[in-house]
Design a protein around this ligand. Sequence first.
Ligand code: TRP
Length: 356
Amino acid sequence: MQGSKLMTNGAAGFQSRVFSGMQPTHTLHLGNYLGALTRWVEMQATHECIYCVVDMHAITIQHDPADLTRSIREVTAAYLAAGVDPKRSILFNQSQVAEHAELTWVFNCVARLGWLNRMTQFKEKAGKDRENASIGLYDYPVLMAADILVYKATHVPVGEDQKQHLELTRDIAQKFNNDYSAAIAARGFGEQFFPLTEPVIGGPAARVMSLRDGGKKMSKSDPSDYSRINLTDDADAIAQKIRRAKTDPEALPSEEKGLDARPEADNLVGIFAALKGATKQQVLDEFGGAQFSTFKSALVDLSIAKLSPITAEMRRLLADPAEIDRILCDGADRARAIASATVRDVKDIVGFVQKR
Ligand code: TRP
């Protein structure tokens, strides 16, 4: 990951900084691990990184309080077990840094109704009964913009489905920079107070698909648990799910283009490649012509070898919730130090009176 290559004009003049977050809703799965966590871990080598458990986003839909508490610790344990280093990076849960909510209010007054009305994720999540959706769900993308911009983050690794939210984040940053340009300049911040943040999309296995349907993303909300490998699954569960994964009757092709119209085969080869750190072609060099039974056995072995150290580490961490809480609290203190400086400047820029 080369920061300099990713840098665009909108972020020029800003210190390169990565921010990303995941909702503590359900248990994390292989798609979260290969699509997001492995990249977050990699980016620590080249960037200053801030990783957040976005618990305030999790209450935009109905939730059970005890489940939420458990899930915040579980997601934190998954970040840690995957290799997020809480000394090198900042790891915390959103609700402990009040500045996210404070900046959201200012951004609520910058963002336009028309912009939010275009958000496709809101439409999907609200469903038919839109009148009954929470205002928090509607405002979700504004809180997300505040998450990112309170740290003036320049890069946000996310999935394809978050692209529109990142565009909104840029729109909010740009409108704030424009609307308050005189106050921003007068206070010596130059032309831009907020950077125009870039999404970082792609990566080794950015899209892991359902084990039951190669046309659907692996998802925590799929009713069938056989559609996904959870990061809490034990070796037996992993083996069973892979053996039952949907395939087609053909043998594996020898060339990557032979996977084109075969979404399930493509997905399993992609998972194998990502776990192994190889390309799909390299996997086909080894398994081209093989039956799925042979390939699946190899995939079971590889999956268990790669995932069991992570699940074991998660279990070890979760046995001591006080230690997880201590890590989150320490991360929140460090996050707050950055966020509070931004909010203080924002208050000056918009013209609020505050303690000196
Ligand atoms: N909306 C993101 C998702 O569902 C989660 C999220 C909240 C996030 N705030 C963020 C991601 C800030 C990146 C940056 O995946």
